[in-house]
Design a protein around this ligand. Structure first.
Ligand code: KG4
Ligand code: ZN
Length: 350
């Protein structure tokens, strides 16, 4: 077993939305299973403060800030990891899905560095980054114990997907949202309630003080036979409730936040567990920005316990966009010639 050991140091770059991030990750592998995955550095420059005043992400502003920050962020990642470009084996970069102009900044940086430093370049699907973040949650559950098939729920600002993994490199989409993503629903409801951007953290904070049964919001598609989701009707239900309510004190806002959050979590948990049963999976992974939600994490933990399967969720800072999981995904990815690398904003997982 030892002779198959492969060690790699990978530079990960992530600029698909509003976070400029670079990470250096050291990976030691035996065959197809990573046994050791160590983050040497993970720098995230978040633009939230910049976009807050616009109430959402402004693509052009995001791209301009990526341009300004990408080199200092990469530089800092090397310094913190105490490595030099000579030490790295590969550069892994997010090439989609995401905002085209944001993606271009990371991809151009990676292309230039790969050419100048004569390094392999690996184009990474952002969604796979959210999935492989679980490979960094190993203190809680060692990666060598991961049992396939694995079901993954990816919930972010742009995606809500259920994916089945037969092995470490195979992904089959078994469900997805037909309209808004879960994070998008959080962001839009927060906007209605004038809670600012991003909405998820604001809503989940207020929800802690509210009554989740105060309003009986719909649980769209909870009993549909497929594993798809829909959050746009729920968002509209909150909009109408908010329009007809005359008194909008703190208690009311807390109750709306708690009832809305409960509806989202009920649907996500119910359908995920149904899919886990149908596909007889042996492990459940939760990833993406919405995986930072306490109620969702707790509910999934309880439900998987009931089902008797291990549940893996990365620590919160690895759930939202960052480059460390992109580096891990780069370990499993195929090399692409720097000349051929293009961004793909609409990229779909194969
Ligand atoms: O994965 P991510 O950082 O970026 C995308 O790939 O979209 O996810 C961002 C999304 C936002 O919609 C944000 O509101 C949501 O994740 N989010 C949360 C929480 N923290 C972030 N949603 C619910 N509860 C949270 N605690
Ligand atoms: Zn993301």
């Amino acid at each position: 077993m030892k002779k198959n050991k492969k060690k790699m140091i990978i530079l990960g770059i992530e600029t698909s939305c509003d976070e400029t991030s670079a990470a250096v990750v050291r990976i030691a592998n035996y065959g197809l299973r990573i046994t050791d995955c160590e983050i040497l550095s993970n720098i995230v420059f978040s633009q939230i403060a910049i976009h807050k005043k616009y109430g959402g992400i402004v693509p052009e502003v995001a791209a301009r800030n990526h341009v300004k920050n990408i080199i200092p962020v990469i530089d800092l990642a090397f310094k913190k990891a105490r490595v030099t470009p000579k030490d790295i084996d590969r550069i892994a970069v997010t090439y989609g899905p995401g905002l085209i102009t944001s993606l271009m900044v990371g991809v151009e940086a990676a292309r230039n560095l790969a050419y100048a430093w004569k390094k392999q370049i690996i184009a990474v699907d952002h969604i796979k980054g959210h999935i492989y973040a679980a490979w960094l949650a190993s203190q809680e559950f060692p990666i060598s114990n991961f049992q396939f098939p694995i079901l993954v729920l990816v919930v972010s600002g742009g995606h809500t997907e259920l994916l089945l993994m037969k092995n470490v490199k195979s992904f089959k989409k078994v469900g997805q949202t037909l309209d808004d993503a879960a994070g998008e629903a959080f962001d839009k409801v927060a906007k209605m309630l004038e809670l600012g951007f991003p909405g998820g953290p604001a809503i989940s904070k207020l929800a802690e003080k509210g009554n989740p049964q105060a309003f009986d919001f719909p649980r769209p598609m909870i009993h549909s036979k497929d594993f798809n989701f829909s959050f746009s009707g729920l968002k509209t239900a909150v909009l109408y409730k908010n329009k007809e309510s005359r008194i909008k004190n703190k208690e009311y806002i807390n109750n709306i936040a708690a009832s809305f959050q409960q509806a989202v979590v009920d649907v996500l948990a119910h359908k995920t567990i149904k899919a886990a049963e149908k596909y007889k999976v042996k492990t459940l992974i939760l990833g993406g920005g919405v995986a930072a939600n306490k109620l969702l994490r707790e509910t999934m933990r309880q439900e998987t316990k009931r089902l008797g399967i291990p549940f893996i969720v990365p620590e919160i800072k690895l759930c939202t966009d960052n480059a460390a999981p992109i580096a891990v995904a780069g370990f499993f990815g195929k090399e692409i010639l720097w000349k051929k690398l293009r961004v793909d904003p609409q990229l779909e997982i194969e």
